[in-house]
Design a protein around this ligand. Structure first.
Ligand SMILES: Cc1ncc(COP(=O)(O)O)c(C=O)c1O
Length: 345
């Protein structure tokens, strides 16, 4: 087994600059629960990045960020529309249903994305007591399939939500990868397009832990202080989350790390596309590469490199690149893949 694989951007370690920032924050005693200078400074940076009217709150993880963000704007009477592949729908152990207690409506995706056409049939029943009241459309940027919504696509969904007095939530666990891919700022691809609530991820982009829930305005954010505590996501030693976000913004590290991960995914795509027996199945727009390959080599390859099978029925697997993936990692992986392929034919 090699020491680096392609299973997820979660399996990579912590970026050295982030680790350094954590270490530097480990000095003396400071106020707890976000009253410290590290947090004040990080929140200022988030306002600079996302807009002066926005309100940001640090939490521990992405599931907590999504669930609490949504809990703050819906009640049990409501429904949340999301893609059938949404992390929210498939990978949060029904936390939204359990903790929010409302209905999720999974809608057929197109290349990992929601579309206005596919959402529209589910926006009905307003005022009907027999029907859960649609309140939020949740999209993931970049998507669970490593694709990226264009500005136009996000704007169209935001307009649809707002025309129906609904909100748009963006799961930005990999927002940085999407921004790099689109060549735009984090704000330009979120709040400027009408997003109401964003969960902005750091863990997949080199942090040890820590995500942020960001509201487009103070009014929307008004309950979150209480909900975060009630939802068990208020960190007492918040300085260690905030210090990581300071480092992420200070050196444009969010951009450098995401750009590198995306670049490595493109490199991986270009190399494996040349191999007989490998078919790239999704557009590579962020840091994920999806391929189909002969079934018999999957477990062989997994013995050396950890990665996940995405769709067993067609032998489709997912390979993710991280801030620390190197060209050498990719060459060695492609070598092993070529060898496995030639043993299969
Ligand atoms: C799209 C997406 N959203 C949110 C998350 C957050 O997950 P966690 O609760 O593991 O931090 C993930 C993690 O894999 C993800 O891929």
């Amino acid at each position: 087994m090699v020491d680096k694989g392609f299973a997820s951007d979660n399996i990579s370690g912590v970026h050295p600059q982030i680790l350094k920032a954590i270490n530097e924050a480990n000095m003396g005693h400071v106020d707890a629960y976000g009253e410290d200078q590290y947090t004040i400074s990080a929140l200022k940076k988030l306002k600079e990045a996302f807009g002066n009217d926005t309100e940001a709150f640090f939490v521990f993880n992405g599931t907590g960020a999504n669930v609490l963000a949504l809990a703050s704007i819906v009640s049990s009477l409501n429904s949340i529309i999301c893609s059938n592949l949404a992390h929210l729908n498939l990978d949060e152990c029904a936390a939204p249903e359990n903790f929010i207690g409302c209905k999720l409506i999974p809608v057929q995706n197109e290349a990992g994305k929601l579309t206005v056409k596919n959402i529209k049939p589910y926006i009905y029943g307003f005022g009907d007591p027999h029907h859960a009241q649609p309140k939020v459309i949740s999209i993931t940027q970049s998507t669970e399939l490593g694709t990226v919504y264009s500005d136009h696509e996000v704007k169209a969904i935001a307009d649809l939500a707002h025309d129906n007095q609904m909100f748009i939530h963006m799961d930005g666990a990999r927002l940085s990868n999407a921004a790099v891919s689109l060549g735009k700022s984090l704000k330009e691809i979120s709040f400027d397009l009408g997003v109401d609530i964003l969960t902005f991820g750091g863990t997949k982009n080199g942090l040890m832990f820590g995500e942020v829930v960001i509201f487009s305005n103070q009014d929307l954010a008004k309950n979150f202080h209480y909900l975060r505590k009630q939802g068990m996501q208020l960190s007492s030693k918040m300085r260690f989350i905030s210090a990581q976000y300071n480092a992420l913004f200070e050196h444009n590290l969010w951009y450098q790390s995401a750009r590198h991960a995306n670049k490595m995914a493109k490199l991986l795509e270009s190399k494996v596309s040349l191999l007989d027996g490998i078919n790239v199945t999704r557009k590579v727009q962020a840091n994920a590469v999806f391929v189909t390959l002969p079934g018999e080599i999957i477990s062989l390859l997994q013995k050396e490199y950890p990665f996940y099978i995405w769709d067993e029925s067609i032998n489709e697997v997912r390979w993710m690149c991280s801030f620390d993936t190197t060209e050498e990692d990719i060459s060695s992986f492609v070598n092993s893949l070529s060898k496995a392929l030639s043993s299969a034919y």
